[in-house]
Every structure is written in C-alpha cells, then in structure tokens.
Design a protein around this ligand. Sequence first.
Ligand SMILES: Nc1nc2c(ncn2[C@@H]2O[C@H](COP(=O)(O)OP(=O)(O)OP(=O)(O)O)[C@@H](O)[C@H]2O)c(=O)[nH]1
Ligand SMILES: [Mg+2]
Length: 205
Amino acid sequence: MQINSSEYIISSPDYLQCPKADKPEYAFIGRSNVGKSSLINMLCNNEKLAKTSGTPGKTQLINHFLINRQWYVVDLPGYGFAKVSQSQRKKWEKMIEDYLRKRETLMNVFILIDSRHAPQKIDLEFVDQLGKWQIPFSIVFTKSDKENQRTVSANVKSFLNKMRETWQFLPEHFVTSAVKKTGRDKIMLRIAEMNKEFEQPNRDE
Ligand SMILES: Nc1nc2c(ncn2[C@@H]2O[C@H](COP(=O)(O)OP(=O)(O)OP(=O)(O)O)[C@@H](O)[C@H]2O)c(=O)[nH]1
Ligand SMILES: [Mg+2]
C-alpha cells in the first residue's frame, strides 16, 4: 500500500474523546518499549509521526493518526511498565480496556512482542485477555535486527507453541524490524484487506 499522507490527529485520555468512529482503525499495543511507536512510523514511512523514546513509558494516551485520509492507526501506552504508581497503572489499564472493548471501528489489534526474548507471561496473559474479550488480533514480533535469525525463529516458534496450549487456532503473525524496515509489506497488505472489509462488510453471516 502506498502512503500518500499520514497525520497526527489527537491524543485522548479515554475512548469517549477519540475521533468520530467512522473509519477503520488499527491499534498497536505491547509492553512498554517493545517498539510500537517505531513500528507505526516504519509502516507509515514517517519517522516523525509517533514519538519514540529509549525510555519506557513514552506513550501515555490513546494517539490517533490518520493515514491516507481513510483509516486510523492508534498508538497505545505500553503495559507492564513498572515505574509508574499503582493508581496510575490502574487508570491506564482501564483506559486501554475501555478503548479496546468499546471502540466500534477497531478492526484489529496488533500485539507487539519483543523477538529477542523467550515467551513472557505478561504477553501471554494479554493475548488470552483479548481472546476472552473476543477482539481480533495479530502478533507482531519486533526488533528482529537485534538478534540472529535462529534465535528470533526459535522465540517466535516457542511463543506460538505456548499459545497452542490454550488456543485452537493461532492468529497470523509477522516478524518485523523498524530499523531494517522488514515485515512492512505483509502488514500493509493485511490492513488494505481489512479496509476493504470495512467498506464492504460480509453480509453472509
Ligand atoms: N534495533 C531496533 N530498535 C528498535 C526497533 N523498534 C524500536 N526500537 C528502539 O526501541 C526503543 C523503544 O521504541 P518505541 O517505539 O518508543 O517503543 P514503544 O513501544 O512505543 O514504547 P512506549 O511508548 O514507551 O511504550 C527506541 O529506542 C527505539 O529506537 C527495531 O525494530 N530495531
Ligand atoms: Mg510509544
């Protein structure tokens, strides 16, 4: 997919203040510092779109970006960030849960997992949570440039195997690097397909 325009729209403290729900929307979520904002910038070919940082906890609100004047990308705060107070964390969790469960135009959630690590409990729990809420999602393994290919493949395989213990069907997954710009085409192709679904919903069901 060609990106003709990408623009920051608004940062919202809760789902009620998000832009009018009239366009297909894709949210990016994952642990703090996993590379959500960097991935969004890579996908949109715009390094200045979402703010990135070496310090975890950079993104704190629900950030909407409008792409090609047609669909939204949403950058969310990371989960599992230890350096905030318990009450602040509870507030974020509520904000994210409400957004994920109530946003009508949310087509898909991309859950980002750091490809350098073996499966982490917090990520598996988050995946299960989305399953319980029946929210469609895909898995994106990030930072694949930081490890050799064998380690990345082993970590991907082992995460998916962990999921097999509780899931009958596995979601689709992507391996990416924001630095090397890998994985972009496949994700953009899926988004293009889902944009079409938004316009022509399948009425056979
Ligand atoms: N080598 C490498 N570094 C990456 C990649 N993606 C992100 N980073 C680095 O990881 C750090 C965190 O990236 P962000 O995109 O800000 O992460 P985030 O998930 O948005 O973080 P929060 O908003 O704090 O939750 C930055 O220093 C990025 O430069 C990648 O694919 N490869
Ligand atoms: Mg961020």
